[in-house]
Ligand binder design. Structure first.
Ligand code: FEO
Length: 392
């Protein structure tokens, strides 16, 4: 791990995880990730902003050899991918204290066993002098845990935002370049980590706006030296009206449900509705999550398996329910052989979404004339609803 200067007084010393393919044993990482920590050197104090996941701990400690002293560790977020190496840092620098939000203290004690007497909590807006530099602690709660805060290096208008504005992307670029895979990585990150807390994302962006920030240094992915790009993207993802798109996520056992999906997709396209179609036996759940960011309607399609929906459809329903996208309409369709009960169960699994259910379409085996007509009717309803709402 090497020190890479962001400015005369600030160094990046994160770890680039080129090989990671799954985060939290849950989130696909097609392009790896990084764990970013930063050192800020004032004339009187040197501060480490966050740390790294424990599997990069030895690298962090080696990098800190080149720093020489750490007086304070700021923990913006207690989750272990950023706090995991703090105990090792405290062992190396026995005079150092940890600074965190009030809610983070108990978490750091419980999750990592840090001695409470080494932790000092700060209030929202409190400042700490490093001599000729100043840190201001800005509470930015629920992005994506209750204790999250950001830290502003006042003189350089540089915001250390931890997870907020991050991206899972292993790259040699220290600063953000949006001519490659970064925007997709950032949107994937937003979809999987931040979307369930969209109202908090919006509130925090409004709270941060008056700070007139020049640089956003998150704890995953590259640093934003043109912060308007990522902030505007977040505003669009969190606040803008949904788009005239339908997500069709399906699984089929004997091609009957697939045939129904073919008909629905074609009927939606014919009416000018954009379609993101996912075969749940093969899809990357991150791509599905990204499509849910902007789409107005979700259609889940499943055959019946033992009087219920297929487990892959259950997983997709669970994902959509917990990610809480801005979907306004939901529908279910599918085929059955001897029990028609699956679709009702799917509806119950999306109960946390504030969306209207459109009439389900269900049929035995391959779609007959009645089912074909019902699918066409569903596409017409979707297109009409989108048009009436002015979504384009
Ligand atoms: Fe990157 Fe919530 O940890």
């Amino acid at each position: 791990m090497i020190l890479r200067p962001l400015s005369e007084r600030v160094d990046w010393l994160g770890g680039i995880d080129w090989e990671a393919r799954l985060f939290d044993a849950l989130v696909p990482l097609p392009d790896g990730t990084s764990y970013n920590a930063y050192v800020v050197r004032g004339s009187e104090k040197t501060v480490l902003i966050d740390s790294v996941d424990t599997h990069f701990e030895s690298n962090l400690m080696a990098a800190l050899d080149g720093v020489g002293r750490i007086d304070t560790v700021v923990s913006n977020h207690a989750e272990q991918d950023h706090s995991g190496a703090i105990p090792a840092v405290l062992a190396r620098f026995p005079e150092a204290e940890v600074v965190c939000s009030i809610k983070a203290k108990r978490m750091l004690v419980d999750l990592l066993g840090i001695a409470p007497e080494r932790i000092r909590t700060v209030k929202d807006g409190e400042e700490m002098s490093l001599g000729d530099r100043t840190l201001r602690f800005v509470y930015t709660p629920w992005v994506h845990w209750p204790e999250t805060m950001s830290t502003l290096l006042v003189e350089e208008r540089m915001l250390f935002s931890c997870d907020l504005f991050g991206s899972h992307l292993a790259t040699s670029d220290l600063f953000a370049r949006f001519d490659g895979p970064l925007m997709e990585a950032a949107k994937r990150y937003y979809a999987e980590i931040m979307m369930p807390f969209r109202s908090h994302v919006s509130d925090n962006i409004r709270k941060l706006a008056p700070l007139d920030i020049d640089v956003i240094a998150p704890s995953h992915g590259p640093v934003h030296d043109k912060p308007a790009v990522i902030v505007d993207a977040y505003r669009d993802w969190a606040d803008a009206a949904p788009k005239n798109r339908v997500v069709v996520a399906y699984v089929s056992m004997h091609n009957s449900t697939r045939r129904m999906v073919d008909l629905l997709v074609d009927a939606c396209i014919a009416r000018g509705v954009g379609v993101d179609r996912f075969d749940l036996t093969a899809t990357d759940s991150g791509k599905l999550a990204m499509s849910l960011v902007d789409s107005a309607t979700l259609v889940l399609a499943s055959p019946v398996v033992l009087e219920g929906p297929h487990p892959l459809a259950v997983g997709a329903a669970y994902l959509a329910n917990v990610l809480k996208p801005k979907l306004r309409y939901l529908a279910a369709l599918g085929s059955f052989s001897w029990s028609p009960k699956a679709l009702n169960k799917l509806q119950g699994m999306l109960a946390d979404l504030d969306a209207e259910w459109l009439p389900p379409v269900s049929g035995r085996g391959l779609p007959g004339a009645e089912v074909v007509k019902a699918i066409d009717g569903l596409a017409e309803t979707i297109a009409t609803r989108h048009r009436e709402n002015g979504w384009t």
